[in-house]
Design a protein around this ligand. Structure first.
Ligand SMILES: *Cc1c(COP(=O)(O)O)cnc(C)c1O
Length: 371
């Protein structure tokens, strides 16, 4: 056996995105104990910076020590009790996973369906809330990475609040890539991931819960069925003020990486990051249309950081992606679920959202499609 040296790729798929050398070198710093006062101080700084990224004052704002899917599960396992009715919006793969979570934890899922490639229709959420006055939660995906559609989180949360429902929002791909305001929009529980627009390594899931959501967690009739994700226990580890109690060993070096990527986000500024993602999407759009290709999602609902494009007639999906990888060290994403084999997904997330990378992607795609 030899050491593993990965090839140097440009990552323009649905995540992970390219990682800045500052983040990689932060990760290589010496490991210290996870209860070392120096480490605890860094955890507090991560919480402060995550509050900024989420635009929230929520005390419970922290990274779960596992990927985005674990953040999803943390929200559902803590907030859904057996018999709870949950309205879940499905317009792609990740909404379907939410439904799976609800049912595994004994909830009753009421599905609001929208076509893949379109946003969640707020009027359908309103109708579902009106038809199910006993519903306790509304769950939806802000940025559907499987299709590239952006839903109107602010409006959906307003509707949910009016009907006395808590909201669970998937912001794995939206955080730092498009406008997202947890407090101003009244989002009750939210989860994200580190490997998308934060351009950190995979393996962490930032979450935030407000007081309304925590009230529900504290007043559960039954224990949270997952020990690892039980927020009553996790809070004693990530909490503020109180003495840290051992819960699990935090992924020390991965958290150094998150700390550095959040420092970089603060240096750039959140609004500047949103604007950069929007601008590079426009560059890509101009080039894609010049190549004669078409977007899956109607312009008004398009996510700047995840661009689904119909595979042109005559092009072989796997051959093109294989050639991009082998000849250009460029990764773009394949279609998922109902769109498998039909679309490519070009990610412009975090460090991958740069004008020179857009040009490189367009040039490589053009070269491969032309011969
Ligand atoms: C990537 C993604 C997830 C899952 O995150 P993992 O880190 O892969 O577990 C969940 N929801 C959305 C919208 C995503 O894009």
């Amino acid at each position: 056996m030899n050491s593993f040296n990965p090839p140097i790729r440009t990552l323009m798929g649905p995540g992970p995105s390219d990682i800045h050398p500052r983040v990689l070198s932060a990760m290589a710093r010496p490991t210290i104990g996870h209860l070392d006062p120096a480490f605890v101080g860094m955890m507090d700084e991560i919480k402060v910076m995550l509050k900024y990224a989420f635009q929230t004052e929520n005390e419970l704002t922290m990274p779960v020590s596992a990927p985005g899917s674990a953040g999803m599960e943390t929200c559902f396992v803590n907030l859904v009790e057996p018999g709870d009715k949950v309205i879940v919006c499905i317009n792609g793969v990740f909404g379907g996973r939410m439904k799976e979570n609800i049912e595994r934890f004994g909830g009753i899922a009421v599905v609001v369906e929208d076509e893949w490639g379109t946003a969640v229709t707020p009027a359908k959420v309103e109708a579902a809330c009106a038809a199910n006055p006993d519903a306790k939660i509304v769950a939806f995906v802000h940025a559907e990475t499987s299709t590239g559609a952006l839903s109107d989180a602010k409006t959906i949360c307003e509707i949910a609040r009016k009907h006395n429902c808590l909201t669970i929002v998937d912001a794995v791909t939206s955080l730092a890539g498009v406008e997202l305001r947890v407090d101003a929009w009244g989002i009750d529980a939210i989860y994200s991931g580190t490997q998308k627009c934060l351009s950190c390594v995979p393996g962490l899931s930032p979450i935030s819960f407000n007081e309304r959501a925590l009230e529900k967690v504290r007043n559960r009739k039954t224990k949270v069925p997952s020990w690892f994700m039980d927020l009553n226990l996790v809070m004693a580890y990530w909490g503020t003020g109180q003495k840290r109690a051992y819960h699990h060993t935090a992924p020390v070096n991965t958290l150094y990486a998150l700390h550095e990527s959040l420092v970089m986000l603060m240096e750039e500024g959140l609004k500047a990051s949103w604007a950069r993602h929007a601008a590079n999407h426009q560059h890509l759009k101009t080039g894609i249309e010049a190549l004669g290709m078409k977007f899956v999602v109607p312009e008004a609902d398009r996510l700047p950081q995840l661009n689904s494009i119909w595979i042109p007639e005559g092009a072989d999906d796997a051959v093109v992606r294989g050639r991009l990888l082998n000849e250009y060290n460029l990764e773009i994403g394949a279609g998922l679920g109902a769109l498998a084999g039909k679309v490519w997904r070009i990610g412009l997330m975090g460090q991958s959202s740069k004008p020179e990378k857009v040009l490189f992607c367009l040039a490589a795609l053009n070269a491969v499609l032309k011969n």
